[in-house]
Design a protein around this ligand. Structure first.
Ligand code: NI
Length: 658
């Protein structure tokens, strides 16, 4: 076998979610109806999925798409439903910004803000006061604004910080000009206010990790290659509809500008039957609140799905893949700001990898010694949202478990460190601060364990009181509590009690008569650390609980509401669950909050090594016994008895390495 170069065996297929012809046809309709024109930017464009109940009843409608539009000339914005297959607009609603909020930030706003700020006399004076007069070095960083006063209500605002980028190749995040906040109305293109709170020295040490001369260390010696070889190719297949099949698993892949990867119809084989587990899974929101309450930055928090549409920032892995082995890539198809189709080549990476020991036992009585290796299917993508980079890695394993690992890396948001003992930031380089913050994600899991009607039980460990049932005081048990209504199902994790949530199907039983289920293991790290009266608590109430369960409604997709940008708060989960609908033995959706609370370390600068967060779902009485007894003893020759690699082994099988 020859040794093809990286990517030579990669296949590239467009994901089925939105097709380029559907985007182009929609653009023609939107233009014809006067909705798209000069100054109008397409903020979001995506598939508006059909009501699951209609689909299951066999009523398949023409595909509908949702377009969110903003006219940066007039400020008007629209929420539009277009049906390209029927050449028509179904609805077009103009937003009332004071009530509805704004459509997500569009790319034009990033460059526009710097143009506007660079021309403002007050900001120029604030910079001159600090000796900063070379405009070519001053980067203006627009931040989603929230709504902090009545005067801001209904406007489209960015709050801005300034950074010094000494040269075009310099890392600007190393040099924050802290203490000055600028408010820009991106529609009227006016600077509403420049607030010069405090004069803090601009940190001077560079952070140019991308330049060998700055790093000033020889490359570490002694690193020998690790080559992953799959001489017969991967064990999965993918069809033209994006249906991925792998060793009993089936799932349909999609990609959305707001949520990134979207999975539909996740199922796993049990005997001869393909049994559903999840109807739809995605990351429906993620939010990064900063914990420094000082006046120039207390408002700082970013909704990377609802305000910035993180799927639209998917990296093209043509530029460097982060997976090793035999890789299959899929392109993502999105709309650009003008409504044209935009293909992100190789946005999604699919591969399988070894996952250590699956099970193992050496029996002292019967002398048997058995061991099996686990492996997992990995579907991933990476996004860059401002200073941070996030990788989303969904793992499907032989034992029926589903795991999401989110990898956070990139550059921490920086400030000027005010002085020793400051309680809201770390000092990560001389005079350079990194405010404490959280990364809080909301997984939307439209469960379908063995069928549509599911229920959720909270399981936890409990000591049994000493007495007749427990005379020795050593008894403990597991207690199940049914979460019957939406308000009852707003829960925090409690790792001291081993608290988990099992999604069951009361009408499908396993071989011992119990309801089949899948159990959600939360990491149980901190939820939102903000006072209940605070602005961010009102806007991100979803992130104050680890678990919410709602009754399925097709238009309940985003836990902080549809229009998060400049929304006054209260939308999404808190609004929907006010009715306290029944969630016992009906069609339910789980919303799981997880994430990192980040107190930056010196080692997180100048670029942060990956930190991980996520959750695990495991079958819980879903199968009648260990579902992996059929896994063969050896899946490769590497651990076969007496095996020794030939000296030139690696030469023969190294392919797909990245
Ligand atoms: Ni962080």
């Amino acid at each position: 076998m020859a040794s093809p170069a990286f990517g030579a065996n990669a296949r590239s297929t467009a994901v089925a979610t939105v097709r380029t012809d559907e985007i182009e046809a929609s653009r023609v309709i939107l233009t014809r109806e006067g909705l798209l024109g000069e100054n109008v930017h397409v903020s979001y464009f995506g598939l508006l999925e059909q009501d699951k109940r209609e689909l299951f009843a066999g009523r398949i409608a023409a595909r509908r798409f949702r377009a969110m539009l903003v006219d940066l000339g007039s400020g008007a914005s629209f929420d539009v439903v277009v049906v390209p297959g029927e050449d028509r607009i179904e609805s077009a609603r103009e937003l009332d910004h004071a009530i509805d909020g704004q459509v997500p930030v569009v790319l034009r706003e990033f460059s526009l803000v710097e143009e506007v700020v660079h021309a403002d006399e007050r900001w120029l004076a604030a910079m001159a006061k600090r000796g900063l007069t070379d405009l070519s070095q001053l980067r203006v960083n627009p931040l989603s604004a929230g709504v902090l006063s009545a005067a801001e209500s209904g406007r489209r605002i960015q709050r801005c910080f300034t950074f010094v980028q000494k040269t075009p190749s310099d890392l600007g995040w190393a040099h924050p000009v802290d203490g000055v906040t600028v408010m820009v109305d991106v529609v009227t293109r006016e600077v509403l206010d420049v607030i010069d709170y405090i004069d803090l020295p601009v940190p001077q040490e560079d952070g140019n990790f991308h330049e060998a001369a700055w790093v000033n260390e020889p490359p570490r010696a002694g690193i020998k290659p690790i080559e992953i070889t799959q001489p017969d190719g991967p064990s999965f297949t993918i069809d033209d509809n994006g249906v991925l099949s792998w060793l009993g698993w089936q799932l349909q892949l999609g990609f959305d500008q707001r949520e990134g990867l979207v999975f539909h119809n996740i199922s796993i084989a049990d005997g001869g039957e393909q049994r559903p587990v999840i109807y739809r899974a995605s990351i429906a929101e993620m939010m990064v609140p900063y914990g420094d309450p000082s006046p120039q930055r207390w408002f700082q928090n970013f909704f990377d799905c609802g305000e910035y549409l993180l799927g639209g920032f998917a990296n093209s892995l043509e530029l460097g893949c982060d997976c090793v082995g035999d890789i299959t890539y899929l392109d993502a198809v999105l709309a650009d700001a003008a409504g044209n189709a935009r293909v992100v080549p190789q946005a999604i990476c699919i591969h399988e990898e070894d996952a250590g020991i699956l099970w193992k036992h050496t029996d002292n009585w019967n002398g048997s010694s058995d061991s099996r290796r686990n492996r997992r299917l990995v579907v991933s993508f990476f996004v860059t949202v401002g200073n941070y980079d996030y990788g989303f890695y969904w793992y499907f394993s032989l034992d029926g478990s589903i795991e999401l690992e989110v990898k956070a890396t990139g550059i921490v948001f920086t400030s000027a460190y005010p002085g020793a003992g400051y309680e809201f930031a770390s000092e990560i380089a001389p005079g350079l601060g990194a405010p404490y913050h959280q990364h809080l994600f909301s997984a939307r899991l439209d469960m379908m364990v063995g069928g549509i009607d599911n229920a959720v039980d909270e399981l936890e460990a409990r000591l049994v009181p000493r007495g007749d049932r427990n005379p020795t005081g050593t008894g403990f048990t597991q207690v199940a509590t049914r979460l019957s209504s939406e308000k009852q199902a707003q829960r925090l994790a409690d790792n001291a009690l081993g608290r988990v949530w099992v999604v069951t199907n009361p009408s499908v039983q396993n071989r011992l008569g119990g309801d089949i289920g899948y159990v959600l293991f939360p990491e149980g790290k901190p939820v939102l650390l903000a006072d209940s009266e605070s602005d961010i608590y009102q806007r991100a109430t979803f992130s104050t609980k680890h678990l919410w369960v709602t009754a399925y409604e097709p238009d309940e997709l985003y836990p902080a509401g549809d229009f998060v940008n400049m929304h006054p708060g209260g939308a999404g989960l808190p609004a929907w669950t006010a009715a306290d609908r029944n969630v016992d033995s009906t069609d339910i959706v789980l919303w799981h909050t997880f994430g990192l609370t980040h107190f930056p370390r010196l080692e997180d600068w100048p670029i942060m090594p990956v930190d991980s967060t996520g959750f695990v779902l495991k079958p819980h009485g879903f199968f009648g016994r260990n579902p992996t007894l059929d896994i063969p003893e050896t899946m490769s020759d590497h651990c076969a008895p007496g095996h020794h690699s030939e000296p030139d082994h690696h030469e023969h099988h190294s392919k797909g390495q990245s």
